[in-house]
Design a protein around this ligand. Structure first.
Ligand code: PHE
Length: 471
């Protein structure tokens, strides 16, 4: 029987609004800020190739499972898991997926907001013409100067959290539609302008080769599982917004008639295209201006302003670019808050405004740790063969993307195809028992969990200990 539940938080007005909202959640700093710097830290083309494989084989099937659960439960992820577990006669411990997601959401938002704060700062810097004629050294200094000032970081972080709380407290459905309908395509156009500029730089080909051609020599001193596969898997989860309930809650507002399969492919293609365009725009600039690809989280904030300082109408394009990036971050941030906020509304009887403010305060407070990670509290350690310099920020980032999101996704996959009845999932996906349903089921049953588990075990060296991998 098709579930007759409806969400007390409302429904999307059409399938396209869902696709836009979910794309708004997926496309954000993850594509334009995080993807390029991870590519630079983890060896270029090989990382990109593995990333793409993870998106197709693990990301898309798990995204479908997550949306399916959300739409069937139609509540906050915690309560959705509780209802579905009860319905299928399973343990209430499955709620844990929802709880882990809420925790991951708070941690991600806490640092996401600080990075979004950099974007805010760069709108004004670029707008004021600060980068006209800038070279690599100048741009690097500007960035260092910003992050070494906790007061500034805190101010921008606070503004961004307030912006996110305002939208979530009014209900995500209203504001999102316009934001994503017009601003996403605008961001895409600006990325194309940047790609156009990158094509005019001396080292365009070098940049493209770095991005798309795996160079195994560069990987010689790396551990393939821990240094390439795990970060690529983590990035696939992070970029697609899966494994923590963001897409699940958006799925809970989706009408019963809409095709989950079509929606997921559309979202994944849009998300991946933006990441690739960002890479194509950035790496030629990195090489042309003698910058370090493994420059860490500051990479785009150091490279892109140089381009804006050199190209015609650069100040205008640059300012617009950072404004649009801010919107992209904003539409992601609200989806990070929504799972916790809906739970507070459902279980603690709070109004939306109260719940959003409460959740915002938690994320803001946790964000102080990231604010200090770039200056007073900075410390270095090594992870995945890369020196990480920003202490707790890097720990938060690794803990969420590489650990919590993949575990969340793994549990979602196990729940959807190992524990839930075949009938329920077939019904919810609306595919019947046809070949597409079977392909999905096979990938969520075997490919995705197997991929996550093997990557995890290898990354933590269990196989090595057991003697399965020769060293
Ligand atoms: N996908 C978002 C981005 O790429 C970040 C995000 C992660 C949003 C997890 C929601 C959940 O910027």
């Amino acid at each position: 029987m098709i579930s007759k539940r409806s969400s007390v938080h409302g429904q999307w007005s059409s399938r396209w609004v869902f696709i836009l909202a979910a794309t708004g959640s997926a496309v954000g700093l993850g594509n334009i800020w995080r993807f390029p710097y991870l590519v630079g830290e983890n060896g270029g083309g090989a990382f990109v190739l593995v990333y793409l494989i993870c998106v197709v084989l693990v990301g898309v099937p798990i995204m479908m499972a997550e949306i399916l659960l959300g739409r069937r439960g139609r509540q906050s992820p915690i309560n959705t898991m509780s209802i579905l577990a009860a319905e299928e006669g399973l343990s209430q411990y499955w709620q844990l997926i929802g709880w882990m997601g809420v925790i991951a959401g708070f941690i991600i938002l806490s640092y996401y907001s600080v990075i979004a704060g950099w974007t805010l700062a760069y709108i004004f810097r670029t707008g004021a013409g600060a980068f006209i004629g800038a070279d690599g050294g100048f741009s690097k200094n500007m960035f260092t100067e910003l992050v070494s000032d906790p007061e500034k970081l805190l101010a921008w972080h606070t503004i961004f959290i307030v912006m996110s709380v305002v939208i979530v407290s009014r209900g995500v459905k209203g504001g999102l539609e316009i934001a994503v309908k017009f601003l996403m395509p605008a961001l895409l156009i600006l990325l194309l302008v940047m790609v156009g500029y990158a094509m005019s730089t001396e080292k365009f080909l070098e940049g493209i080769t770095y991005l798309f051609v795996p160079d195994f020599e560069r990987l010689a001193d790396k551990n393939f599982f821990a240094d390439i596969l795990l970060p690529a898997l983590g990035q696939a989860f992070f970029s697609l917004s899966i494994g923590m309930g963001a897409i699940m809650i958006y799925g809970s507002y989706l009408s019963q008639k809409s095709s989950i399969t079509f929606n997921c492919f559309t979202i994944a293609i849009a998300d991946t295209s933006v990441a690739m365009l960002a890479g194509i725009a950035i790496f030629p600039i990195v090489f042309t201006y003698g910058l370090e690809p493994a420059g860490g989280p500051g990479l785009i904030f150091i490279t892109l302003p140089i381009a804006f300082g050199q190209m015609p109408f650069g100040t205008l394009f640059g300012t617009l670019f950072f404004i649009l990036l801010l919107f992209a971050a904003w539409t992601s941030a609200i989806s990070l808050l929504e799972p916790a906020v809906t739970w507070l509304i459902e279980n603690k009887n709070m109004s939306r405004i109260k719940a959003s403010t409460f959740a915002g305060v938690i994320a803001w407070t946790l964000g102080l740790v990231t604010v200090l990670s770039f200056n007073h509290w900075a410390f270095s350690f090594s992870f995945a063969g890369v020196d990480k310099e920003n202490g707790f920020f890097d720990i938060f980032d690794i803990l969420t993307s590489n650990i919590l999101l993949p575990i969340g996704g793994l549990l979602i996959a196990i729940f959807a195809v190992w524990r839930m009845s075949r009938k329920s999932t077939a019904e919810e996906l609306g595919l019947g028992d046809n070949i597409s349903y079977r392909a999905w089921r096979f990938s969520v049953r075997y490919v995705a969990p197997f991929g996550v588990i093997v990557i995890f075990l290898n990354a933590i060296g269990v196989f090595k200990l057991l003697g399965f991998v020769e060293q």
